[in-house]
Design a protein around this ligand. Structure first.
Ligand SMILES: [Zn+2]
Length: 466
């Protein structure tokens, strides 16, 4: 229980709160008081009678309250490409790697309005799955992502796709519209971050470097310097392909993480998606410099041996991510968490004859507390605790897939999927109530999606897949 607040915007009553705090506290018949975007009180509903009258009450009976999920690596601009590569691969072998051959060419054709639509679709999809915060990898027209995120009511950090080296790879180079000079790349990144800056602002921007093979050392170093000055992170992809390791060894004489150290770009401002193909000494660098990582379970097990358990237990800030709808097919972090558990069991469990190297409960903690730390908001998000920002979800454990189970923490970690999420609060505001999106006209969005996707795909087919 916490000290009584003087006013309340929302009081959630009667829920079972799986707080995800350090002690693993679960509060039956709980109440959660929210004011000014923060959780100001959490405790037994019976003790909430003395609280001030709330402006709004949310009936949480029969629901489990959890902190919102955090998607620590997503590509907003690829949302409308969902399913396209699978469809193509049934007709012809795909060119590798997909990000250079399909994703960047796709992004290069998107207009600002396309990205705005993509953002509305992606963030609505996230809210419907209980994701309350996203970390964008870097795509075209990030101001339009921010506009969509503001409108949908989600928390997030947008970023610009940043490429200043036109590395020829697999016979395909980066489209001109996605390529910048080093100076342009620096200026556009810094201006973006400054445009969206503001303490506690729900939607902000980070710096971005697409990947070390398409970014010069000069840009990498200068963005690291400005990240330190501005107090923001650089979102990048690291240790995600054998081609990348070969490139780094050939051009920089070092593996990717060691290269970042060598040029003075390493530090807690680096957020490195995937982080799979790592030597033990590179994992040491992650720990020493507190580089944050994102485990994209839907794709990482096809890359190599992801060290989720090792990184998490060594205190490296690591969260879970979808990698976007085009790669992961789903935007549901609960599904990503289940895949992560099985992946770790197949990989480390097998080697050590240990069936469950990471429990589902521990992985749910990665998705919430870990994601919060990766976002640089370890003390503000990821946990239902007085003083933290009010980003929380109410899930419905009444589906047959939960029948028979008693323990709410078990149910949340093993049985719940994004589709069981009923109500979502972000920054102290109701964004979805009993599956009704309060911020988005769903019929209009569906119509705009159908129209927009057909137009964009016609362009993509003409240029990329012909
Ligand atoms: Zn990615």
């Amino acid at each position: 229980m916490s000290a009584a607040p003087s006013t309340l915007d929302i009081l959630v009553t009667g829920c079972t709160a799986v707080t995800m705090d350090d002690a693993g506290t679960v509060i039956e018949d709980a109440a959660i008081g929210i004011a000014d975007g923060h959780i100001v009180w959490i405790g037994k509903a019976a003790e909430a009678a003395a609280l001030p009258k709330p402006a709004n009450t949310v009936d949480g009976r029969g629901r489990i309250a959890l902190p919102g999920m955090i998607d620590a690596h997503v590509h907003t601009g690829q949302q409308l490409l969902r399913g396209k590569l699978a469809e193509l691969s049934r007709k012809q072998p795909l060119r590798m790697p997909p990000w250079k051959n399909y994703y960047i060419p796709f992004e290069s054709m998107l207009t600002p309005e396309d990205v705005y639509l993509s953002g509305l679709v992606a963030y609505t999809n996230m809210i419907l799955n209980g994701t309350t915060c996203f970390l964008e990898a870097g795509g075209p027209h990030p101001d339009e992502m921010a506009r969509a995120a503001e409108e949908v009511g989600i928390r997030g950090f947008v970023a610009l796709s940043t490429v200043d080296r036109n590395t020829d790879f697999a016979g395909r180079t980066v489209p001109g519209s996605m390529l910048m000079t080093t100076q342009q790349a620096y200026d556009r990144n810094v201006e973006l971050v400054r445009r969206h800056k503001g303490a506690g602002k729900r939607v902000q921007a980070w710096l971005s470097l697409r990947q070390i093979i398409v970014c010069t050392p000069e840009l990498t170093k200068s963005l690291a310097d400005v990240a330190r000055q501005e107090g923001v992170k650089i979102h990048t992809h690291l240790a995600e392909g054998t081609y990348e390791i070969d490139y780094a060894l050939e051009h920089y004489g070092a593996r990717p993480t060691t290269y970042l150290e060598k040029i003075g770009a390493i530090g807690p401002h680096i957020h490195a998606a995937h982080s799979v193909i790592l030597m033990p000494e590179e994992v040491d660098l992650y720990e020493k410099h507190q580089i944050s990582a994102c485990h994209c379970a839907m794709g990482n097990y096809g890359i190599g041996i992801p060290r989720l358990q090792e990184m998490w237990r060594r205190g490296i800030p690591i969260g879970l991510g979808t990698d976007g709808a085009a790669s992961a097919h789903t935007m549901d972090i609960f599904q990503v968490a289940h895949a992560a558990r099985i992946g770790q069991a197949a990989q480390i469990g097998h080697a050590y004859h240990h069936r469950t190297p990471m429990s589902a409960e521990e992985i749910l903690k990665v998705a919430t507390r870990g994601g919060a730390r990766a976002a640089g908001l370890g003390n503000e998000l990821g946990c239902l605790e007085a003083g933290r920002r009010a980003d929380l979800i109410l899930v419905d454990p009444s589906d047959a897939d939960c029948w028979g189970a008693q323990d709410p923490f078990y149910i949340a970690a093993h049985c719940i999927l994004g589709r069981d999420v009923r109500t979502v609060i972000v920054d102290g505001k109701l964004v979805m109530k009993e599956r009704e999106m309060l911020t988005v006209d769903m019929n209009r969005l569906r119509a705009n999606l159908a129209k927009g996707r057909a137009e964009i795909m016609a362009r993509f087919d003409a240029v990329v897949t012909a």
